[in-house]
Design a binder for this molecule. Structure first.
Ligand code: UDX
Length: 455
């Protein structure tokens, strides 16, 4: 059992704090945001993440988890301190964006100023490589007695599955510094091993820089798969092949595997993939390594939204005054996060073209308002979104949409009923039988079966 402090209660910090408490540690989570901490005290979590609220409530009740706005208290009471603050992309005037590390720096300075004994300072925020080194230098500068170790322990959780992924991670990566003879430092390693001893998974013990790079490289690799299959989808559309069949055949190769990120669609979003690739790209530039491969991944991803918009335009001929239901606004299902979500650009463009857009998402409606303001209509439910529309534009593949009653949806829509499926959720043949003009990514477009055309 360890005394753990977590600085920052966003997706990563809150989940990690709750999981470590669940595993029997004493955890104090600090955040600067008073209102958020007050809500957390009551067991109300500020984000939608399946299973997290129950976990937080349980561990609050069992007094292994507490929330505070008192930085001193969090730092002084903890032996291991996790930095889980936000590292948003900085606006850039040209080229690719860099991560804003000012919150990480502040956290390191705070720890240095307040620490009252040996501390292990662990970076868990997603950061460019060499941030661990900067944290180390900052601690040294502001805390001359040098009674600390720095560790990189990157987070691999997926939003929407944060609890599941954190309870059963594929691996735990622990990066520590080396001593003068090149050996990994034993004290921080030993402490981190103990902290994670109840997790039934492989632990990768390595140096800080490699640990940081494992995270960035893994995300860039997965994003690369998404852009790769999207490019193949474009080729499928041009030649009449079916990208779902291609991906199915590819996945059977054990070197590719059934979990490969080969679902063609309208591209990736979220707080990690775009930012991490940009980060890796920038590091390569700094090291004078050609980063073209990574740039292409981003370019293909950006183009994907426009490819989808072009498909909508071709299907509807003109967009002005068409009634369109945009389904799914979060960047992926099971989260309310709209950071870098493809929906933002797609809905805005449809709106600019003069469509009457009705939006609906099971969890991200509040976030949607800050992006679309008064430019769209906010539907209260799926039915309200689709009734009397000329087209459905499916952007995020929530289960609610996958399981929708297609027959009655078709009846509620105007004729002809157009369905633009940005995530290849439905079976084209079935959609044609029901009477839709059905368009999806990298698969042949389907017209309604003759007898259903006029229904
Ligand atoms: C990702 C990493 O998976 C996780 O390990 C890391 O900690 C954070 O970044 P996340 O962004 O939550 O997690 O979602 P993920 O499920 O990986 O999907 C990322 C994006 O890729 C989503 O926009 C998703 O729609 C898209 N995607 C994923 C595809 O378009 N096709 C696929 O086959 C898989």
């Amino acid at each position: 059992m360890k005394n753990v402090g977590v600085i920052g209660t966003g997706y990563v910090g809150l989940t990690h704090g709750a999981i470590l408490a669940e595993k029997g540690n004493n955890v104090i989570c600090y955040d600067i945001d008073r209102e958020k901490i007050e809500r957390l005290h009551k067991g109300q979590i500020p984000i939608y993440e399946p299973g997290l609220e129950q976990l937080v409530r349980k561990n609050l009740g069992e007094q292994r988890l507490e929330f505070t706005t008192n930085k001193d208290f969090c730092i002084k009471e903890s032996d291991i301190l996790f930095i889980c603050v936000n590292t948003p992309p900085k606006q850039s005037t040209g080229g690719l964006r860099k991560a804003d590390l000012s919150y990480v720096e502040h956290a390191a300075r705070d720890i240095a100023e307040k620490m009252n004994g040996y501390k292990i300072v662990v970076d868990k925020s997603t950061v460019p490589i060499r941030t661990g080194e900067k944290i180390y230098e900052t601690l040294k500068k502001f805390h001359p007695p040098h009674n600390f170790d720095v560790v990189s322990n990157p987070e691999f959780l997926r939003e929407g599955r944060a609890v599941e992924d954190s309870m059963n991670p594929d691996r735990i990566v622990i990066g520590v510094m080396r001593d003068g003879e090149g050996n990994l430092l034993e004290t921080p390693l030993e402490n981190m091993r103990e902290l994670y001893q109840n997790f039934n998974t492989k632990i990768v013990e390595t140096d800080i820089w490699s640990a940081e790079l494992i995270k960035l490289a893994a995300n860039a690799y997965l994003a690369n798969q998404v852009s790769f299959i999207n490019k193949i989808a474009e080729l499928c559309a041009a030649t009449g092949a079916d990208v779902s069949e291609v991906a199915k055949g590819m996945r059977l190769d054990r070197r590719i595997g059934q979990y490969a990120f080969l679902n063609a669609g309208i591209g990736f979003g979220g707080s990690c993939f775009p930012k991490d690739i940009e980060s890796l790209h920038n590091i390569m530039m700094e090291e004078q390594i050609n980063p073209e491969l990574l740039k292409q991944v981003l370019e293909v991803n950006n183009a994907q939204k426009y490819y989808f918009l072009k498909m909508i335009e071709e299907g509807l001929w003109t967009i002005r005054d068409k009634q369109i239901a945009a389904l799914g606004l979060a960047f992926k299902p099971d989260t309310d996060d709209m950071r870098e979500a493809p929906s933002i650009e797609i809905v805005n463009k449809l709106n600019d073209e003069g469509a009457k857009v009705r939006v609906y998402d099971p969890k991200a409606m509040e976030q949607a308002r800050s992006h679309f303001g008064d430019n769209v209509t906010y539907a209260k439910n799926l039915e309200e979104a689709v009734i009397g529309t000329d087209a459905i534009v499916l952007i995020t593949e929530w289960d609610e949409f996958k399981n929708m009653d297609l027959e009655s949806t078709k009846k509620m829509m105007n004729t002809p009923a157009n369905f633009f499926d940005g995530r290849n959720v439905f079976n084209p043949k079935k959609m044609s039988e029901i009477g839709f003009y059905y368009y999806s990514i990298g698969r042949p477009h389907i017209e309604p079966r003759k007898e259903n055309k006029k229904q």
